[in-house]
Design a protein around this ligand. Sequence first.
Ligand code: MG
Length: 511
Amino acid sequence: MKQILLPAAMLMVLLSSFGLSATAQKKSRILFAKNPIVAHRGAFKKNQLPENSIASLRHAIQLKCTGSEFDIQMTSDDSLVINHDPHYNKLMIEETTYAELIKTPLSNGERLPTLREYTLAGLKGNTTTRLVFEIKPSKISKERAQLVAERVVRLVHQLGAAPMAVYISFDYDVCKKVKALDPQAHVQYLNGDKSPEEIKADGLDGVDYHYSVFQKHPDWIAQAKKNHIALNAWTVNTVTEMDWLLANGFEFITTNEPELLAERLQQTPPAKGWRLVWSDEFDGTGLPDDSKWNYDVGGNGWGNRELQYYTRADSNNAVVKNGKLIITARKEQREQNSYTSARLVTKGKGDWQYGRVEVSAKLPSGKGTWPAIWMLPTNGKYGGWPASGEIDIMEHVGYNPDTVYSSVHTKTFNHVKGTQKTKGLLLGTADAGFHLYAIEWTKNGISFFVDDQPFFSFRNSGKGAAEWPFDQPFHLLLNIAMGGNWGGKYGVDENLDTAIMEVEYVRVFQK
Ligand code: MG
């Protein structure tokens, strides 16, 4: 398995002679799968295949993942083999010969694959799935990792795999080495400690970081896109994180659950033909973005004998932190009111006629709270409330914590007459976790969803504005009221000092 080692300069000449006109590329007409799914160590989990086995790689190709990742180590006698851990069957790979290692097969009977075998298996009949070569740092020396990098790049070119290859490593010098050897190579760094601007400055192509790194540095997402640095996140195995990354437009998502991610992709609004037209992911820190949000201010009871005073731009009542908008109602006197709170209103381009509006939120708890996610008409074309309509995407009252409500109000149907159109949904965990509250609104009707389950719809009767004033632009409101005709029906818990609603994001889509 020994190969003659060439100096880097000679290797460059060798690589350029293979060039990009390699026959493999001509024959295969590569069209990478148009999804972000990178199977981590192959698609191993669902079918209980060994990680990093050829079987798991073939399955990832069968699933048409856009990439399949695998880990490369070098044995003591310089064979490149595929294994995640530095040891295999309790033997340190870097200190063990290839012949010794292969005495023990993988759990499916496969022999521990060499890089050559693995790459050839990955090229066979594959026109969709990138081969993601992870070059492991050496425990022996930095120089040894450089040597592995050289050998991997050379073998990739010898086998005609360069057009299918993505290189990744935790060792930054390995990343730079690969790029120096093959300036056409696509190289992503794994360790999470370099900004996309630094990556660009060093000539690399992508950031492939643990997803928590992007949650801690949300500005790196925009920075990467601006600088054309590919975004990849590992190892993403839960729906919550998948949805977050999909919404943020990640090019690659590395997962042990490629089948689950494929399912999520079918569920996203863009997969259903919706186009994102407005959003706030609440990625900053401090007051809400004043290009997107206004405040309703004051404490006159708001027509419902409510107890709170709504403040303007006061971070005690509305603040963005840890990727969320936090609205806090506080027990504190302001003018004639015994509570302060916030009522945020979308402004500027934040009004829409028709579309899908979705808000991921965790509701407050406590008797007397009355949070709402709702919409009001921007122009009031059909007259004052309720003639021009109201759409309550979600309302919740603290005395009945297990139920959320959706309603519409119009001139004909409203709560003053007791004719409003309303439906409740039993949802025991509204104040314990985040749920997605959404509407899909067309000229024919409004459908209401919780966690993508439809549970209520209101149709356009065709009888005019008294029943259907919803042919005008509406804007969005987010607030916590305290007490009031509905929220305070059974009083307010005197011991409740704060009530908090958290909002992960607001997204508005149109077709
Ligand atoms: Mg890996």
